[in-house]
Design a protein around this ligand. Structure first.
Ligand code: SRM
Ligand code: SF4
Length: 569
């Protein structure tokens, strides 16, 4: 089917309400200005709430007080989450200070590092949204395309300073982000009081996306083997760098990854990306743009639960997709090159590069940076940013790198870390180092169970079991989410826990340590006590019978807890 035919067919299918909202929105303006000015309520009407996502912000309410407020006949305690766009997760100390200022002036005094290498603000009241957006602009960032049916924050292997290869990859993440960025004049008009550049919205254009943008969100990541620290197979479009003679010779292209599912709906499923070929560096942008165009033209616009790129691929087949891509490109992809991943997490702690500079990867459990009676991480990073001469790197595992520290400055940074009671990641066990959890309660509107607030409790119960089995240093990946949307990529964990109802989780086991194999459901609807009772004996069994170098996820399959699937690539 040609693109023209596809568009004709699409018109015959009833489109979802969201498609109509986009179409009527005059390039994402809707009635947002009016909704922001309405001070009778802390919320915005639903259609504008949907459009606001493209501007990088979500309406939420405090779920801890939702029923009590309902009982008191008060409107929910509304506030907004804002997600910053930060390709490759890089930020200077001056930018950090400006972002920190927004957290303290306009949000809930916290910064939340995300699984896509950027940060979020929570608790921004409607009347403070505009000032918060201006603050983000002051930090020389924006939140365009951080959410919404467009290409999201491009993620990239995390420390460009460790070698010129990392540097090169990071430059590609920025180029990809720029090439796929929607024009969104509405953003500048609404948040930054920009002049209306087009006299009428009809004169405006989105050359890549068109007036209804993509059918659904779209995600891109770049990985540098042997580190799969961005979970490249969870991306709609992944680029795996192939290095020859210490230079990036090109990239293997992986398509169709995605985690989101709905409980008890078999038509939804997590999917690993398929590697379809190899492209040269100079072909990267052309490939990315055309993959996005194919999803724009063929993605399902009638059912949002079936609208991700992974379903477009499975409905039409990989052969169809590759042929369509090559027709649009006018050239053929080369055969994929061999590669091997060995890990997904971040190497926490200090590393020295070839030029003699230091980099510290701080372990930040669930990515939450705030001051509490026990820790002073927000203040600590502010103090570090005030003296740091290198930069900050956010990782796709919710951690933070303080990068490019000169030898003579290292003691100053170490003193500040100590004063603000940052944890010594060197003392963290292998499970804690490799644990991710999504936000969930109290802010996430889709949460069914606790995640971020539960992770420390769960770790505190699992760590003594691991210690007793002398496995405390063994790296095991643990991914926890409050619902099956998969924001902490739970279906890739060697242990995955997915919230079903308050205090109840689906327990998944057997994911590949390097992110190349999905896990499988082991028990449904289990409580914390049941999870501990189930995992304890398996951990002991693993301690006794594991083979040399065998990962936990591989062991549970070999030992027959779940059927063998496939080895990791
Ligand atoms: Fe996510 C929706 C948080 C990474 C799959 N995600 C949400 C929302 C916005 C809830 C909502 O729609 O109302 C969550 C906001 C919670 C809050 O209170 O802040 C949310 N997602 C997050 C973050 C903050 C999790 C974290 O703890 O770090 C991550 C922000 C990433 C970023 O900076 O851009 C985050 N979300 C992911 C990932 C992981 C990734 O991209 O590597 C996934 C799985 C990969 C994928 O997309 O398939 C993911 N989020 C989803 C989905 C399921 C999409 C689907 O295909 O069905 C939803 C729900 C939706 O889109 O309808 C969702
Ligand atoms: Fe919310 Fe579910 Fe994502 Fe967790 S996985 S942040 S509960 S949407």
């Amino acid at each position: 089917m040609t693109r023209k035919e596809a568009l004709t067919t699409e018109k015959q299918v009833p489109r979802s309400e969201e498609e109509a909202i986009k179409e009527r929105s005059a390039y994402l303006r809707g009635q947002i200005v009016e909704a922001l000015a309405d001070d009778v309520t802390g919320s915005v009407p639903a259609p504008d709430g949907m459009l606001l996502k493209f501007h990088g912000t979500y309406q939420q309410d405090d779920r801890d007080v939702r029923s009590e407020r309902l009982r008191q006949k008060l409107e929910p305690a509304y506030s907004f989450m804002i997600r910053v766009r930060m390709p490759g997760g890089v930020c200077t100390p001056a930018q950090w200070l400006a972002l920190d200022e927004v957290a303290r002036q306009h949000a809930d005094y916290s910064l939340r590092l995300t699984t896509r290498q950027t940060l979020q603000y929570h608790g921004v009241l409607k009347r403070k949204l505009k000032a918060a957006m201006a603050g983000i602009k002051h930090a020389l960032f924006d939140s365009i395309a951080a959410c919404g049916d467009v290409n999201r924050n491009v993620v990239c292997h995390n420390n460009p300073w460790l070698s010129p290869l990392h540097d090169e990859l990071h430059a590609w993440s920025r180029r990809l982000s720029d090439a796929l960025l929607p024009k969104m004049r509405a953003y500048h008009e609404i948040w930054l009081d920009g002049e209306k550049v087009a006299a009428e919205p009809e004169e405006e254009q989105e050359p890549l996306y068109g007036a209804t943008y993509l059918p659904r969100k779209f995600k891109i990541g770049l990985a540098l083997p042997p580190h799969n620290d961005i979970d490249v197979f969870a991306q709609d479009l992944g680029f795996i760098a192939i290095v020859v003679d210490k230079k990036v010779a090109g990239f293997n292209v992986s398509v169709g990854g995605g985690m989101g599912t709905t409980h008890n709906d078999l038509a939804t499923y997590p999917r690993l990306g398929d590697v379809i070929g190899f492209v040269l560096p100079e072909q990267l942008l052309e490939v990315a743009e055309n993959v996005v165009r194919i999803q724009r033209d063929f993605g399902d616009r009638s059912n949002r639960k079936h609208a991700r790129f992974k379903y477009t691929l499975d409905d039409r087949g990989l052969d169809w997709f590759k042929a369509e891509l090559e027709e649009r490109l006018g050239w053929r992809l080369q055969a994929a090159r061999p590669f091997r991943f060995e890990s997904t997490g971040d190497p926490l702690g200090w590393v020295r590069d070839g030029r003699g500079q230091w980099h510290l990867t701080l372990g930040v459990l669930s990515g939450r940076l705030r001051d509490t009676p026990e820790t002073a991480w927000l203040s600590g990073l502010r103090a570090i940013a005030a003296v740091h001469q290198g930069d900050f790197r956010l990782t796709a595992n919710q951690n933070l790198i303080i990068a490019r520290i000169d030898e003579q400055q290292k003691p100053t940074i170490e003193k500040l870390l100590d004063e603000h009671r940052f944890p010594d990641a060197g003392r963290w066990g292998g499970l804690r180092r490799n644990a991710l959890s999504c936000v969930a309660f109290p802010t996430c509107g889709l949460a069914m169970a606790e995640s971020e607030r539960w992770l420390p409790i769960l770790l505190a119960r699992l760590e003594p079991i691991l210690k007793k089995a002398r496995l405390e240093k063994t790296a095991i990946t643990l991914r926890v989410t409050g619902c099956p949307n998969g924001c902490a990529r739970p279906f890739l964990g060697e242990i995955g826990l997915v919230g079903k109802a308050p205090g109840r989780y689906k327990l998944y086991l057997g994911g590949g340590f390097a992110g190349g194999r999905l896990n499988q459901l082991y028990r449904d609807g289990v409580s914390e006590d049941e999870i501990i009772a189930l995992l304890g004996p398996i951990i002991e069994h693993y301690a006794k019978e594991r083979q040399r170098g065998e990962h936990f996820g591989d062991f549970v399959l070999r030992a027959g807890y779940l059927p063998e699937t496939h080895a990791e690539p």
